[in-house]
Design a protein around this ligand. Sequence first.
Ligand SMILES: *Cc1c(COP(=O)(O)O)cnc(C)c1O
Length: 405
Amino acid sequence: MASPNRVSVDGAQHLFPCFQRAEVSFTHGEGAWLVGTDGKRYLDFATGIAVTGLGHSHPILVEELHRQGGKLWHVSNAVRIPQQEALARLLCEKTFAQRVFFNNSGAEAVETAIKTARRYQYASGRPERYRVITFEGGFHGRTLATIAAGGRHEYLEGFGPVAPGFDVVPFGDLDALQTACGTETAAILVEPIQGESGIRKHDVAVLQRIREFCDQQDILLIFDEVQTGVGRTGHLFACQAAGVDPDILAAAKGLGNGFPVAACLASEEVGSCMAPGTHGSTFGGNPLAMAIAAKVLKIVSDEAFLITVRDKGRRLLDRLLTIVAEYPGAFSAVRGEGLLLGLRCVPPVKLVVAAAQANGLLTVTAGDNVMRLLPPLILSDAEIEEGLARLRRTAEACRQATSGR
Ligand SMILES: *Cc1c(COP(=O)(O)O)cnc(C)c1O
């Protein structure tokens, strides 16, 4: 009899080949663990790229999925949706925001943010202001507008004319920012900590200066917190730790713990300019997504929970510093905030991530030869130790591979 874990289909040739997938797949997950179709248990420090922050099969979320799933999934935004109003209210209670629009993915939430910034300028009698300044290394998604916002050549190549209206300046360069800002500038779009390009954090002072600059110029500040948000850094949103409020904020990844849901948050003044008919979404904010995201947010926005995330993040960072010192041939630096951590690798990061996977530890590659460690926020102390042990074995494997060359 075939093992129940066996995956019997093989249809990879029917998929767009745009992902470089690892030769591994999973049957189920429990908390910080994933069980492979090979029967092997993997410690999940990838969390589907900062998504499953509360771990796999969280009992409260599974129960909510069944409860709401048995009642009502979808109705459309042509009617009032109490679950949407409840989640919007919760998000506004916990943040700078007074208005929320719900999307299904990070890129869509960023698109909503960009449209809202442009519309705000238009509604304020400054329709010439449509340009958005972004920082090099930023990642904002894969739609036509968000690849233009990111400005990365590899993501733009072959996709026709670059969507106009984006000015990309060097990372953290405030002089370049001021030079780029003109009479057509509507907003500045920033990831408080760049995730995709290797856990690169803007100094708090830089974020504060950007806020002041936006106020002086009467332009809007948009934070892309798709990766940094929903507790990942040990704060509900990273900007709250910096004490800098944006006018608009995009959230997604961790918000549904794997159920696709995203949100664009805005101040009253900015959000209220999106008059009836200006924007829309078929799926965005449906009752099922809203019910699950509300459960996630209730858990993650609790200050006592966030303190545990900060504690775990600090402990893990300290221990990673020791590993960096012990294995200079494998790792050269560690950085990050909360449980959004990056280990700069000495060998090509792809090899290190593959070695970690072979040692039962799932991680994610990032730019600047950085291996991202994005464990679930519910990680236990024992799981931190287990992760470190697996990381040590990974470093050993890298050392042997290099000395064997
Ligand atoms: C992942 C990510 C996005 C895009 O989110 P999708 O859900 O993949 O569209 C946008 N911005 C940041 C900072 C991200 O990390």
